[in-house]
Design a protein around this ligand. Structure first.
Ligand SMILES: Nc1ncnc2c1ncn2[C@@H]1O[C@H](COP(=O)(O)OP(=O)(O)OP(=O)(O)O)[C@@H](O)[C@H]1O
Length: 627
């Protein structure tokens, strides 16, 4: 019962958040959400859209106004043409100035309408780009603040896609919704009104045939949808294949797998081509011919109705102008209808993508720490207060699967502690909790006597330095890699590099500290990368330095260099080092041996070696044998 309670306590807020986060981020759940509530997706998407466009709202209103004026001008053109025919050409009233004025007005309204539309497209595109820019920055900023627990199960590719592709889809939403649909709707409404004003019966005929356009476009979309979806899927397969082969190029070449990869790529490429052709064929064989036919049917019907109304007599003079205007309007009815219908599937995709972005933005950020509380640099900490005080720490990533059990440990100021243990014994987990990547149960970890939760973010990060297992390097200069965006003074960077024994090899590079290290530091050896990572941690002048397998990739000579660097820091910085290579922590003040998340042994190297059959002794002797 008590164990159950402890397990429940160990199920931290972050875990729940992470599970929720993954549930929300992963595509299948997003689809689930989209299925269950498309309206909800649309609401969220439009909410986000509104927010992102808020600073440019005035542009939106101006665009709507100008588009309405452009549509009005477009509708006026055929009316002017009708007047020219009815009042001048047919009755042979050749009043040249009036005719020139009418003709000029037809041309001027056409040009003005096109020009206004173009300007609004530019305006709305600018608004769309700025909104995407804003949104992308917001999403990226949000992702940077998410708790580490979120990234455990989030899929990197999907997250990248949220920040890049899905935010880009918002642009589609603007252009489609605001420009095409808005513009087409205004033109359509204006044209129908003008037709009704000219002749409501003819207008009724045109309006009656309008559903046929919708039907044709709907049919086309139904028929082409599988090809479109398949082509899109294949395109992302192409991207994935290229990314995968570039990422694993050394393995690929070592296994002489180029031909197989090229063949696989060409198959996917061929499939994508086939699907694209199917899509284009559906357009060429169904959509265009059917719409052209409909256009002809509409024209023929209008002319036929005119014939009926002429009632055996010659067409009334005024009616020829109306006929001209109607013929002009028919094209203006069909095109916007096609545009509106065609945009809908695109619109739906954009809405789903935007809703995914909104879901990611809803993800709770890392908890805020230490509001108004003392920080780790607390000068008033009583003498003898441990740098790190771990009290009965329990932790589980997943419900009912405890990884750390009732761990208690005190690390004095300036001490060097080594943590060892078998793979999976919980060493990295302990480090993650000390680094606040996951929230430990409240009060179970104290730093300088202050609960970890109560230490402000900046003070906490400034007092902690980490050298991770994988020395993550940016595609930037050696200096930037040590600085890591902190704008540290040059002297401090060089001092840290010297302390990490990285200065000499950096100076040997062609541009010294300004040498670009390549993607992931590809220009450096593994050991050199680790030394840069150590320099980076030291440059922050931390009070506590954590090393997670910092010597795993370096040779014995470089390991001695690291040991020397650590020795030089002894007494000034509290050092906690996880090491599989026990030689690295041999000289530590105390070595803590973890076994299945429990402290099994603890003491100096010599003390631990004296425990006959002890875990540390066995590990050490095994390593000696292997060496
Ligand atoms: N993010 C995570 N989510 C769920 N379980 C995890 C996570 N990270 C680690 N674990 C589990 O916690 C246990 C301890 O893992 P941890 O990485 O702390 O071990 P370790 O002692 O550092 O191992 P190694 O020496 O191989 O790095 C393992 O059983 C592992 O499967």
């Amino acid at each position: 019962m008590q164990a159950e309670d402890t397990e429940n306590r160990a199920r931290t807020r972050a875990e729940k958040g992470a599970e929720k986060g993954v549930e929300k981020v992963e595509g299948k759940n997003v689809e689930k959400g989209a299925e269950s509530s498309h309206a909800e997706s649309a609401r969220r998407a439009y909410g986000l859209l509104k927010e992102a466009a808020a600073p440019d709202r005035h542009h939106l209103w101006w665009a709507v106004l100008w588009l309405a004026i452009a549509a009005g001008l477009e509708v006026v053109g055929p009316l002017l043409g009708k007047r020219l025919i009815d009042e001048h050409l047919l009755p042979r009233v050749l009043d040249w100035p009036a005719m020139a004025l009418l003709l000029g007005a037809v041309v001027a309204t056409g040009c003005a309408s096109t020009w206004l539309r173009y300007l609004q497209l530019v305006r709305l595109s600018g608004l769309a780009m700025r909104s995407v820019q804003r949104l992308r920055e917001r999403v990226y900023g949000h992702v940077l603040r998410l708790p580490m627990a979120f990234f455990d199960r989030a899929i990197t590719g999907q997250l990248v896609s949220r920040v890049t592709n899905d935010t880009e889809a918002v642009k589609g939403l603007y252009i489609q919704v605001l420009f095409v649909i808005l513009d087409s709707t205004i033109v359509l409404a204006g044209t129908i009104l003008a037709m009704a004003w000219l002749d409501w019966r003819l207008m009724s005929l045109v309006v009656a045939l309008m559903p046929c356009v919708l039907l044709i476009v709907w049919l086309y979309q139904r028929l082409s949808a599988p090809a479109v979806a398949k082509a899109r899927q294949l395109r992302s397969d192409i991207n994935a294949q290229v990314a995968e082969s570039i990422g694993g190029m050394s393995v690929l070449q070592a296994n002489n797998a180029q031909a197989r990869f090229a063949e696989r790529f060409s198959r996917t490429n061929e499939d994508q081509y086939t699907q694209r052709v199917a899509e284009i064929r559906a357009n060429a064989w169904l959509l265009r011919p059917a719409l052209d036919m409909l256009n002809v049917v509409l024209l023929a019907s209008v002319i036929w109705l005119f014939g009926q109304r002429a009632d055996g007599t010659v067409l009334g003079v005024a009616e020829v102008g109306v006929l001209y205007a109607f013929i002009s309007y028919i094209a203006r009815v069909i095109e916007p209808l096609i545009q509106i219908t065609m945009q809908f599937s695109q619109l739906q995709q954009s809405v789903v993508a935007t809703a995914r972005v909104a879901t990611l933005l809803d993800e709770a950020g890392a908890p805020e720490h230490g509001k108004g509380a003392p920080d780790a640099a607390n000068e008033t900490a009583a003498p003898g207060t441990p740098a790190i005080d771990i009290r009965h720490l329990d932790f589980a990533y997943v419900d009912n699967q405890k990884v750390l059990h009732d761990l208690s440990l005190q690390i004095p100021q300036g001490a060097f502690y080594g943590i060892v243990g078998h793979t999976g014994s919980g060493k990295s987990t302990l480090l993650s909790l000390l680094l606040r990547y996951y929230p430990a149960p409240r009060g179970s970890i104290l730093m300088n006597g202050v609960p970890l939760d109560d230490i402000g973010h900046d003070a906490f990060r400034a007092s902690m330095g980490l050298v991770p297992q994988d020395p993550f390097l940016l595609a930037a200069s050696a200096r930037d890699n040590i600085d890591m965006g902190r704008n540290l003074p040059v002297e401090r960077i060089e001092r840290a590099a010297r302390a990490a024994h990285a200065h000499d090899f950096i100076m040997a590079l062609e541009d010294g500290y300004d040498t670009l290290l390549g993607e992931g530091g590809s220009r450096l050896s593994s050991g050199q990368k680790q030394l840069i990572a150590i320099a980076r941690a030291l440059a922050g002048e931390p009070r506590v330095l954590m090393l997670d397998e910092a010597t795993s990739r370096i040779d014995s000579a470089t390991e001695q260099v690291v040991q020397q660097a650590l020795d030089e820091l002894r007494g000034q910085v509290t050092i906690i080092a996880i090491a599989h290579r026990l030689s690295t922590i041999r000289d530590a003040d105390r070595i803590v041996v973890l076994n299945h998340g429990r402290i099994e042994e603890s003491g100096s190297h010599d003390a631990l070696m004296r425990i006959e059959g002890g875990l540390y002794q066995r590990l050490y002797l095994l390593q000696q044998l292997a060496a």
